[in-house]
Design a protein around this ligand. Structure first.
Ligand SMILES: *[C@@H]1O[C@H](CO)[C@@H](O)[C@H](O)[C@H]1NC(C)=O
Ligand SMILES: *[C@@H]1O[C@H](CO)[C@@H](O)[C@H](O)[C@H]1NC(C)=O
Ligand SMILES: *[C@@H]1O[C@H](CO)[C@@H](O)[C@H](O)[C@H]1NC(C)=O
Ligand SMILES: *[C@@H]1O[C@H](CO)[C@@H](O)[C@H](O)[C@H]1NC(C)=O
Ligand SMILES: *[C@@H]1O[C@H](CO)[C@@H](O)[C@H](O)[C@H]1NC(C)=O
Ligand SMILES: *[C@@H]1O[C@H](CO)[C@@H](O)[C@H](O)[C@H]1NC(C)=O
Length: 929
């Protein structure tokens, strides 16, 4: 018997001997914890199995004094997804619970409040929703409570004030409402108070000034009102102070730099603050970021800020500061300076030469709209890190120094609306990274430098309203990257329009109006497939309107007025369904005005000053095209016969031509003939909009991830959910897929196919390419989820959508029919046929009516949709697609006219920068504390 027992005992793994003597509760709780996790990409929890003691499991640490009892559960950044089991509340010896940077969802279980030994609770950067557990205050040993970056709602519980040992309270980036509880003032150990990026209202409670140990205050991006309690400015340890994006008023006390000597970052931007910028700030010698933009500060810019050796960012834009630019001289001592933003203030006087003596670490200079005068100092060429330079809307005179060509890192250059003159230095061609060049409304003259053709990253070129002469350089027209605007309007350019204009395959707006251009419109214009606005007005263009224009199906505005065009008004113009403005006036057009399409709207069409036009709708007040009634009958009859014959033969001819054209098109075109839309009918959305829509591409909004990109859920201003696929451009082929997906899905429409709503092709603030596709959001997820659902998920879905837990037979049949219709369409009705190539349940999405849509959503590779075979059929379009430069759309596109462009670029930059600063700090907090 004893032998048998020994034998049995020996068979057991070693740990069991220990475990048999100890409490099994913790092991069970961990197993329950494990079983609620349904995503574990690194297989961390697979190692939590019977072959080892639970104290040896990864991320688990046990007590020495109480064997078998878990004191720490640390599963930081393990990619885990799922619910957090309430059994975690049974780990009653737990001191540390860290699950940050995972994808846990659902509510934070109430049972957490049983963990009265807990000192550190870090659940940041997950997708926890619902309200916070009510009795968290029972965890009276809590020192760190970090729930940053989740989706928590409700109020901050009042009884948090009783967590007397709390050092860190992190609730930033949730959806909390209500006010900041006064009781927070009782947390006498608090160092970090981070409640920004919520919907908190009311005033900042006065009681906070009792927190003598406070060092990090983040209350920004809420709806807080009132003044900052003055006593807060006496808490000498504060180093980070973020209040931006509220409606706070009042002024900054003059002594701030003396009472807060350890300040590092001070962000009071986008509030209602008034008063002057206190010169005492220069006493806070650690200051790196002073961010005051978008308030009502007045008075001068303190002349002694140059004493701040660590200063990196100075953003004073959009205030009422009144000064000259002498502060620049002081800033030359700041060797780490990166950003100077003073735009939209009243800073008169000349731009000092000392600008060139600023640290060459400076990356952003925005001095637009400040009344600055004088010339651009040649020394500007020393600032070789400069990436963004905006001097527009000022009173600058003189020439642009050739040294500007030394700014090799420049991405954006804005010089519009000054009194600059002379030639654009040809060294501009050295700026090979330039994305945007705006020099409109100046007195530049001479030829447009050919060297501009070296700026192969250019996406906007605006040379409007200058005195440029000579012909349009072919090199510049060949910049196929230019996509937003290409404007040479109101200059003195002559010669003809080179056929290289056809290289502008990504261009949305081409404005050549008010020049002295002549000759015909080149046929190659038919390659500018994305054109929406084309103006050739007030030039000396000649000839007929070429049929090539008819291929520009996205054209919305066409202005050819005041030229020497002649011939009939081509009938294809009434087929351009997007056309909203058509100006044909002051030419030599003749014959009948069509009565279809845009011609139906008398306020959208201008035809005056053409002499021999007739017909059209009555409102155009043109003479009718019918023949004169006073003529003898036989003449009429003869005319009728002649006309009928002519029309008939014309018709037959047209028919023949059409058939030929149609056949060619069918054999050539990569786009299904059954439907009109081309990719340029897709509308474009800005990076900024996407950034907002997806909460800054927050991981909380992430709904899928694959080789080619990441899919986020987002809300657009127009309303409703969308899915945003952001391409991982570092993956080889991703850019190509973008183009092919645009061309393929963008060109076809079927009720059972996913529709691309929008396209974003842009650069992010770091100048990196950014491409994304917007789809309708499919509320019911993928078919795969429904077929291979785990029970828990099922329950969740059931709750969320009130839908049945399982797909019924009829539902399955319906979905199967939906898929079949989509595939039949792709195979039978599209020309050439499109082979999906990757049809599987995860690529079938279900809308809110449970209708199936074939798509390709995150996990699959996109260019499988357009097979290489399909691409080969049309070599021309495939080569276009392969070039991979389908164009870039900047954040401001679609936000209105060009005048507002720079402000938007700017505020976008700020927003992005600020947001990333705050996020960086939050991330650092949630990692290190
Ligand atoms: C384990 O310990 C808990 C308290 O820590 C107790 O409630 C439970 O009854 C114990 N279970 C066993 C099997 O001893
Ligand atoms: C169980 O965990 C051990 C490590 O603790 C690991 O080596 C083993 O592969 C795991 N077994 C399974 C089936 O995952
Ligand atoms: C938690 O785990 C992470 C990564 O596994 C590690 O870097 C970190 O130091 C751990 N923290 C604690 C408090 O154990
Ligand atoms: C563990 O926690 C669950 C849920 O909170 C509870 O129902 C259960 O009784 C607990 N088990 C033990 C052994 O404490
Ligand atoms: C521009 O580049 C050319 C050739 O690389 C060089 O000779 C010239 O000095 C550069 N100009 C400036 C202003 O950097
Ligand atoms: C006619 O054109 C004008 C100007 O483009 C536009 O505002 C109006 O909405 C159009 N009307 C119709 C019925 O399309």
């Amino acid at each position: 018997m004893a032998i048998m027992f020994l034998f049995f005992y020996a068979q057991l793994p070693l740990w069991t001997s220990q475990a048999m003597q100890t409490n099994q509760t913790d092991r069970l709780a961990l197993i329950y914890f494990r079983d609620r996790v349904d995503e574990d990409p690194f297989g961390v929890l697979n190692l939590w199995n019977d072959s080892s003691h639970h104290c040896k499991w990864q991320g688990v640490a046990c007590s020495r004094r109480h064997p078998g009892r878990v004191v720490s559960l640390n599963l930081t950044s393990k990619g885990l997804g799922g619910l957090l089991s309430p059994h975690v509340g049974n780990l009653s010896f737990l001191i540390i619970l860290r699950l940050q940077n995972n994808s846990f969802r659902g509510e934070i279980p109430q049972s957490i409040s049983h963990l009265f030994r807990l000192r550190s609770l870090v659940l940041s950067n997950n997708s926890f929703g619902g309200e916070m557990p009510t009795n968290l205050s029972q965890c009276s040993n809590l020192e760190i409570l970090n729930l940053i970056d989740n989706q928590l709602v409700g109020k901050i519980p009042d009884d948090f004030g009783s967590l007397s040992k709390l050092r860190l309270l992190g609730l930033t980036e949730n959806s909390l409402a209500g006010s900041i509880p006064r009781s927070i003032g009782n947390l006498s150990q608090l160092y970090t108070l981070s409640v920004g990026l919520n919907g908190l209202q009311g005033e900042i409670p006065e009681t906070l000034s009792k927190l003598r140990g406070l060092g990090f205050v983040q209350v920004g991006f809420n709806q807080l009102t009132g003044e900052i309690p003055p006593a807060l400015f006496n808490i000498s340890g504060i180093s980070y102070f973020f209040t931006s994006g509220n409606q706070l008023r009042g002024s900054i006390p003059p002594y701030i730099g003396d009472t807060l000597p350890f300040l590092t970052s001070l962000d009071f931007s986008s509030n209602l603050f008034t008063g002057v910028i206190p010169p005492s700030l220069s006493n806070a010698s650690n200051l790196q970021h002073i961010i005051f933009h978008n308030n009502s500060f007045h008075g001068p810019i303190p002349a002694n800020l140059g004493r701040l050796k660590a200063l990196e960012v100075m953003y004073f834009s959009y205030n009422q500061l009144r000064d000259d630019y002498s502060f620049i001289t002081s800033l030359t001592n700041c060797s780490r300076l990166e950003t100077i933003g003073v735009n939209h203030n009243f800073l008169e006087g000349p731009l000092p030469d000392s600008l060139g003596n600023l640290s060459n670490s400076v990356r952003v200079i925005d001095m637009s709209n400040t009344h600055v005068g004088g010339t651009i100092p040649p020394g500007i060429g020393n600032l070789f890190s400069l990436s963004f330079l905006d001097l527009s809307n000022n009173s600058l005179v003189g020439r642009v120094p050739p040294s500007i060509g030394a700014l090799h890192n420049l991405h954006e250059l804005y010089l519009s609306r000054n009194m600059l003159m002379g030639e654009i230095p040809s060294s501009i061609g050295n700026l090979t990274l330039l994305n945007r060049l705006h020099v409109s409304f100046n007195d530049f003259y001479g030829e447009i430098p050919q060297s501009l053709g070296n700026c192969r990253q250019l996406i906007e070129l605006d040379l409007r309203n200058n005195n440029f002469s000579g012909s349009i350089p072919k090199e510049v027209l060949s910049l196929s990257t230019i996509s937003i605007i290409f404007s040479l309007a109101h200059n003195k350019l002559s010669g003809s329009l080179p056929s290289q204009v056809g290289s502008l395959a990504n261009l949305i707006e081409l404005d050549l109006s008010y020049n002295k251009l002549m000759g015909p419109i080149p046929n190659s214009i038919s390659n500018c497939l994305l054109l929406e606005r084309l103006s050739l007005a007030v030039n000396s263009f000649q000839g007929e309107i070429p049929p090539a224009l008819g291929t520009l199906r996205g054209l919305q505005e066409l202005d050819v007025s005041h030229n020497d065009f002649f011939g009939k008004i081509p009938s294809f113009l009434d087929q351009l369904t997007d056309l909203k403005y058509l100006n044909l006036s002051l030419n030599k057009f003749e014959g009948e005005v069509p009565k279809q399409g845009v011609f139906l709207n008398a306020t959208a069409v201008f035809v005056f000053g053409n002499g021999n036009l007739c017909g059209g709708i009555a409102k155009l007040n043109l003479p009718s095209c019918k023949s004169n009634t006073s003529q003898p009958f036989w003449i009429k009859k003869a005319r009728v016969i002649a006309t009928v014959t002519a029309i008939l033969s014309y018709f037959i001819l047209c028919l023949c031509l059409f058939i030929i054209w149609y056949r060619r098109k069918m054999s050539k075109n990569n786009i299904p003939s059954s439907e009109l839309p081309f990719e340029h009918q897709l509308s474009w959305i800005s990076y900024e909009e996407l950034f907002r829509a997806t909460n800054g591409f927050s991981e909380n909004n992430m709904i899928g991830k694959g080789r080619y990109g990441t899919v986020y859920k987002g809300t657009t201003q127009v309303g409703g959910w969308v899915a945003v696929k952001v391409l991982n451009l570092s993956h080889r082929g991703a850019s190509k897929s973008f183009v092919s997906e645009c061309r393929t899905i963008g060109a076809i429409r079927h009720r059972n196919l996913m529709k691309i709503l929008n396209v974003c092709s842009s650069v992010d603030y770091h100048g990196n390419d950014f491409k994304a596709l917007l789809y309708e959001y499919m509320a019911n997820g993928s078919l795969e989820n429904w077929i291979h659902q785990r029970n828990e998920e099922n329950v969740e879905h059931g709750h969320e959508h009130g839908k049945p837990k399982h797909l019924g037979l009829m539902q399955r049949l319906d979905i199967a029919i939906d898929i079949a219709s989509a595939i039949a369409y792709l195979h039978e009705d599209c020309s050439p046929k499109i082979v999906h190539g990757d049809l599987k349940p995860s690529n079938v999405l279900l809308d809110n009516e449970m209708k199936g849509r074939v798509g390709d959503f995150g996990l699959a590779k996109i260019n499988s949709i357009a097979t290489t075979k399909a691409m080969d059929i049309d070599n021309h379009s495939s080569s276009m697609a392969m070039r991979g430069s389908v164009g870039y759309v900047p954040p401001e596109y679609g936000m209105g006219n060009m005048a507002s462009t720079q402000g938007d670029v700017y505020s976008y930059g700020i927003l992005y920068w600020k947001y990333s600063l705050v996020r960086d700090l939050q991330k650092r907090l949630s990692r290190t504390i």
